[in-house]
Design a protein around this ligand. Structure first.
Ligand code: VG1
Ligand code: CO
Length: 542
């Protein structure tokens, strides 16, 4: 039986950088979740009888929304739904499942690195048939639909048991509950030299991985422990919890501080890593050395040919605009294309589909390749391990060698979280007004070369995305970027990105914040951050 339920539109359902993210109680309001899901379905064409993939990061409210998706998919005419056992699919695994089984698309239920629980965050994102996040053309259509939707369709059947794999029929819909790990683990094994990694680990190379009580625990157990021989004691927080144990599943130096401290300690393992709520981010720390994500992208790109899947080389590299130019130097040396896109993985899809790049990355700890259409935390971990095994070197040696070859790009991001929306917008618009008159002005030791608001012209579909961040370039190559986060659920978050290239190896061991001191001072002078936000320091420094 199919019911049509009348509703009024919810005006705040505008997808952000990565889907719609709101507090759990907002999604729990009667009709709210249904209105958004129906708006997604209403914006798509040709899915009758087709396959939909659904899974999430296991956070609070995941199971309820999965049941709702199943009922609405049946009512709207999908033929089959593939759902991860327990309602679980990491974001990269969902992307792989969509591709592998030729699904029409997928719904990923996650608020990624945002905290979970009854008062935490929840999120819904739609991915298209290539396995990647819906492009702006579709997210814009979804938003437009949310503004006028007046009803949703739902089939009336009992909850489906998600805890056993198997196939069911409900309301004319075939529901397959699948193992969330197996296909993904096989994919990883097909890309990397598992024998070499296993041999390195068997010879005493110690790997630790912090799953942060998020989705990657089961994946790490299967891949790292079962298939590669990592000591299970060193796979930490591997039980997914609905509230991530009360922590933020955000693998940065604040929320993964314990791992960082371990890796800086005397008896540190050789390699440490962590992933986020939905498994698409990675944090990489070698014994005694943290690798910033922009550098990690450059180092992975420079060495990818050492892994079987990439042995014929890269077709190109892509990075989000705020990511440092370290990868550009690698592309230059390899003689391959380099692309600069707005923040958010959805902008890489066209380039990957067109074969214009093989590896992509973002400064926010996201790296991935053309094996799926999402960033992929464990993939980055495994590529690092494959490279270390092939080079038979420590992380520190690989890093220092990279800096000696390309120079070091000092890089940092300062986040001012939870500031008032008006203050944040005021700061950005005042800065935008100033951009035209900045070039030639000097701030202490730095002189502005040019400044602009970043617009992306997609080379594949010719679409244009404007207002993607304010950029200030200094003579000598230093750069400052300002943008507002599109993933938060309360107030605004200002992100300030700073970088400076240092060719001189004698100066590569400086502390990052010290090395960036002139750029940090310029950010304050140009944008009046403390005056406008009332904050004298960032909430998070990466
Ligand atoms: C942040 C990151 C961005 C990333 C996005 C989703 O967006 O900066 O690089 O793609 O999160 O990542 P924003 O708009 O808050 O800066 V995840 O792991 O939340 O899916
Ligand atoms: Co994520």
């Amino acid at each position: 039986m199919i019911k049509t339920v009348e509703i009024s539109p919810f005006k705040d359902q505008k997808p952000g950088t990565s889907g719609l993210r709101k507090k759990v109680p907002v999604f729990q309001a009667p009709g709210y979740t249904e209105a958004f899901i129906q708006s997604i379905f209403d914006s798509l064409e040709g899915f009758k009888g087709q396959t939909l993939v659904v899974g999430g990061d296991g956070r609070f409210y995941n199971r309820e929304v999965i049941q709702t998706v199943l009922r609405m998919a049946a009512a709207n005419g999908f033929g089959r739904v593939l759902v991860g056992k327990g309602g679980i699919l990491s974001t990269p695994a969902a992307s792989h499942i969509i591709r592998k089984y030729g699904a029409f698309g997928g719904l990923i239920l996650s608020a990624s690195h945002n905290p979970g629980g009854p008062n935490g965050d929840f999120g819904i994102k739609y991915n298209v048939g290539n396995g990647g996040p819906a492009p702006e053309r579709i997210t814009d259509a979804i938003y437009a639909r949310t503004q006028e939707i007046d009803s949703y369709k739902i089939a009336m059947f009992n909850d489906v048991d998600l805890d056993e794999t198997g196939t069911f029929d409900a309301g004319g819909l075939t529901i397959e509950v699948i193992d969330p790990v197996a296909d993904y683990a096989d994919l990883m094994e097909s890309l990397f030299d598992f024998d070499a990694i296993q041999a390195m680990i068997a010879s005493g190379f110690k790997v630790t991985f912090d799953a942060m009580h998020a989705v990657t625990g089961p994946y790490a157990k299967e891949i790292l422990v079962q298939r590669l021989g990592v000591d299970p004691q060193l796979v930490l927080n591997a039980e997914p919890l609905e509230d991530f144990g009360g922590h933020h599943p955000d693998p940065n130096l604040v929320h993964a501080k314990t791992l960082h401290d371990t890796m800086m300690g005397e008896d540190a393992p050789d390699f440490g890593a962590a992933s986020d709520g939905d498994g698409d981010r990675n944090l990489i720390i070698g014994k005694g050395i943290f690798i910033n994500p922009s550098d990690s992208l450059a180092m992975l790109a420079a060495n990818a040919h050492l892994a079987p899947a990439y042995k014929t080389g890269l077709r190109g590299i892509a990075r989000s605009m705020p990511t440092s130019a370290a990868a550009d130097r690698v592309a230059d040396k390899l003689g391959v294309e380099m692309h600069e896109t707005p923040t958010g993985w959805k902008f890489f899809g066209n380039l990957l589909d067109a074969g214009r790049c093989t590896i992509c990355g973002e400064e926010s700890a996201g790296t991935g390749s053309d094996h799926v259409r999402e960033k992929d935390g464990l993939w980055a971990v495994l590529l690092w391990l494959n490279i270390l095994a092939a080079r038979d070197q420590s992380v520190k040696e690989v890093v220092h060698d990279h800096w000696a070859t390309y120079g070091r790009t000092f890089y940092s991001r300062h986040d001012y979280e939870g500031i008032e929306t008006e203050q944040a917008q005021g700061l950005m618009s005042a800065l935008e007004d100033k951009l035209g008159s900045l070039s030639g002005t000097s701030l202490n030791s730095l002189t502005v070369e040019r400044a602009d608001s970043f617009s992306y012209h997609d080379p594949i579909d010719a679409s244009i995305s404007s207002n993607q961040g304010l950029r200030i370039f200094f003579e000598g190559g230093a750069r400052l970027v300002f943008r507002l986060s599109g993933t938060g659920t309360s107030g605004a978050t200002l992100r300030v990105y700073m970088e400076r290239h240092e060719p001189d190896p004698a100066l590569h061991d400086q502390e990052t914040q010290e090395a960036l001191e002139p750029v940090i001072a310029a950010a304050e002078a140009i944008a009046e951050i403390s005056k406008r936000t009332g904050r004298d320091a960032p909430t998070v420094i990466t």
